[in-house]
Design a protein around this ligand. Structure first.
Ligand SMILES: *Cc1c(COP(=O)(O)O)cnc(C)c1O
Length: 444
């Protein structure tokens, strides 16, 4: 058995040879020396291409240490909805930093968090008006799951610990959320560890609805809730479905007396063309999760928002009925200040108009991809444009090809997608869609 010492891999050769993407002789040794100590996400560290050193961002631009400039097609996992470094958000964070960067949320509250909670409650449909803050999307989903399970316990309905989730869905990387994500490849190593929830096809037609009804009939008394990413399943493959699916889910959840959870971490904040995807179907879920664009890509923050009936199940003289959760950095004041500033920027409705423009530009720009070899589908909804391929063999090669075209686009699975800042200009959309068409054409 190799001990830890001998198991330490040598740094990639290219780091110390011609591949060093940093300017030479400027004392920036943080890149080669730091790379030996960093562990990157979703990456086979041995074979993954070297990560690009970023020194600055602005609007829809990523600036690299070697002076290159990339047009960002995915806004840092869809978070930077107003573009990077928006002055309004920056000022709000700076101002908050002077006063109070953070204070624990146990026994203490502050203006930014309470203001944000009331604003979210006012924006969200129906009586979704009780906000629990966390610091990441996965944890927001875990909190939603805990709320749903305990809702039934507190109501004296016994153990209902199973969730219905959908093929193609993604809800996070933590142990509880992996179990409700259809990521067979991604989370395979942990399969034996995960609670067995119930996976179904989205009820898109009569047949799939009938199958779901059968599943619910069989298991209703052990199911806590149904969880879905409304309108667009994001990280699991950028798959779209019709708003009628959400109407069906609401009807079924009501019929079988189940909680309906919408994970709007990807779709929230205008990404799909309405402020929240649930508005497209006029459906109010019982619990909604938000993160990603909540702070406009500035700071980590997430929220799980519950309807009155969910909250009321916890409202009791019994301490055992309390929700036992409380991340150390929950409701971080800087994050809440960023989120409040981000919401300001949505207030005049301008962003929704921009999304409509992006939608038509993406449709126009990606149309040529339809006839390219290997392309099986091109689809656009809101500020999301997708080119689906039969399969992508060389994911890393494709990613590098986009960088060579001066763009940052990061295909996943078998899809190349764009989810840019909602402030992106027409010219940039043209260059992004052009890059996709060119790369696909040049792809042998
Ligand atoms: C990104 C994402 C998550 C997980 O959020 P993290 O902040 O990465 O933990 C959960 N659900 C959806 C729909 C997401 O897009």
């Amino acid at each position: 058995m190799p001990g830890p010492k001998t198991a330490t891999p040598t740094p990639p050769a290219s780091l110390h040879s011609a591949g060093d993407p940093l300017h030479k002789g400027e004392g920036k040794d943080w890149y080669p020396s730091g790379l030996e100590h960093i562990w990157l996400p979703y990456a086979q560290m041995k074979t993954a291409p070297l990560p690009l050193p970023v020194v600055r961002t602005e609007g829809t631009r990523i600036y690299l240490a070697d002076g290159r400039e990339l047009i960002d097609g995915i806004a840092s996992w869809w978070t930077a909805c107003h573009g990077y470094n928006h002055p309004h958000i920056r000022q709000a964070v700076q101002k908050q930093l002077e006063v109070m960067p953070h204070v624990m949320f146990g026994g203490l509250v502050h203006e930014q968090a309470l203001t944000l909670a009331s604003r979210l409650a006012a924006m969200l449909p129906g009586d979704l008006d009780r906000v629990f803050f966390t610091d990441s999307g996965s944890v927001a989903v875990e909190v939603a799951m805990k709320m749903a399970i305990q809702y039934w316990l507190n109501a004296g309905q016994g153990k209902r610990e199973t969730f219905v989730y959908f093929r193609g869905g993604y809800h996070g990387d933590t142990l509880a959320t992996m179990a409700i994500s259809d990521e067979t490849g991604m989370h395979q190593a942990f399969a034996g560890l995960l609670h067995r929830h119930l996976v179904a096809d989205l009820p898109e037609d009569e047949e799939s609805e009938a199958a779901l009804v059968t599943l619910l009939e069989r298991h209703a008394d052990t199911i806590a809730g149904i969880i879905v990413e409304p309108l667009i399943q994001g990280a699991g493959g950028m798959r779209f479905h019709d708003p009628s699916v959400l109407t069906r889910l609401r009807r079924l959840a009501d019929h079988f007396d189940l909680l309906l959870i919408f994970d709007e971490i990807f779709t929230g904040f205008a990404r799909t063309g309405t402020m929240f995807a649930c508005e497209s179907a006029d459906v109010v879920p019982d619990i909604i999760t938000l993160s990603k664009a909540l702070t406009g890509g500035t700071l980590p923050l997430a929220a799980t928002v519950a309807r009155k009936k969910v909250f009321n199940a916890f409202w009791s003289d019994d301490p055992m009925h309390a929700l036992m959760h409380g991340p150390t950095y929950m409701a971080n004041a800087l994050g809440c200040a960023a989120a409040n500033a981000s919401l300001d920027l949505f207030e005049d409705g301008g962003r929704l108009k921009q999304v409509a423009c992006i939608e038509s530009s993406l449709k126009q720009g990606l149309a040529t991809c339809r006839d390219l070899p290997g392309v099986v589908d091109v689809r656009v909804r809101g500020a999301v444009g997708v080119v689906e391929l039969e399969h992508i063999e060389d994911l890393n090669g494709l990613r590098s090809a986009f960088v060579e075209k001066g763009t940052f686009i990061r295909p996943v699975g078998s899809v190349i997608y764009l989810a840019p800042a909602l402030t992106i200009g027409q010219d940039d959309i043209v260059r992004l869609t052009q890059a996709i068409a060119d790369v696909l054409r040049e792809r042998r």
